[in-house]
Design a protein around this ligand. Structure first.
Ligand SMILES: CC(C)(COP(=O)(O)OP(=O)(O)OC[C@H]1O[C@@H](n2cnc3c(N)ncnc32)[C@H](O)[C@@H]1OP(=O)(O)O)[C@@H](O)C(=O)NCCC(=O)NCCS
Length: 181
């Protein structure tokens, strides 16, 4: 599938929140407790996204991927590194693609879009945090990320480990399927 990738607007919040919840449930089942996942709801997600759109991090951008019907099937956002780590100036904050659209290049296209925005803002490198048990860590390694740090994170009642992967240069991203940075 060739997704259409475009900048997100506030009017996309419902679609983004839907993808966010659906992919959280399909991604984190067995990693995060069922109790926590069952409490995710659209109203809270939408409110959180409204807040995010109204209070963006420096240079933050949100992209969405649409299918041929114009439905949102994935999103990604990124901007200035939220931590004090000086090795990586940019950060991919989140990326989620609906399960049925995974493995078709959509994630790569979304990362490419976020990075091209960061490049125009003169960012040179970037990083991402991911739960160590999340299979997505394989995606980040596949596109050239290297683990450089780990930390505990509290999600609901549980303490989980998050890994940070970094790319010293955006040009180090090793995309596939003709996706060019
Ligand atoms: C992680 C995610 C964004 C990747 O997007 P995607 O559209 O599925 O990935 P792509 O199709 O662009 O894959 C690009 C390459 O990475 C590889 N890849 C993708 N997911 C992988 C995984 N879990 N493990 C290993 N390699 C993976 C693909 O095989 C492909 O390489 P290939 O062409 O050599 O086969 C997507 O799978 C997703 O949304 N997952 C659930 C949500 C999530 O965990 N988000 C990250 C939270 S930090």
């Amino acid at each position: 599938m060739m997704p259409r990738i475009r900048l997100a607007h506030k009017s996309d919040i419902q679609g983004i929140a839907r993808v966010h919840i659906d992919s959280w449930v399909s991604t984190y089942r067995g990693i995060i407790s069922d109790h926590y996942l069952s409490q995710l709801n659209m109203e809270k997600r939408e409110k959180s996204w409204i807040w995010q759109f109204d209070h963006p991090h420096p240079d933050e951008v949100v992209f969405v991927a649409e299918n041929e019907k114009g439905e949102i099937i994935g999103f990604a956002n990124g901007g200035r590194n939220r931590s004090d780590d000086e090795r990586f100036d940019g950060e991919l904050y989140a990326i989620y693609v609906l399960e049925e659209y995974q493995g078709q290049g959509v994630g790569s296209e979304l990362v490419r879009a976020v990075l091209s925005h960061l490049r125009t803002k003169r960012y040179k490198s970037f990083m991402v945090w991911v739960l160590e048990k999340n299979a997505a860590i394989g995606f980040y390694k596949r596109i050239g990320g290297r683990i450089f740090s780990r930390k505990d994170i509290q999600i609901g009642e549980e303490t989980l480990v998050e890994a940070a992967l970094g790319w010293d240069r955006m040009d180090d991203v090793t995309f596939v399927r003709g996706v060019k940075t």
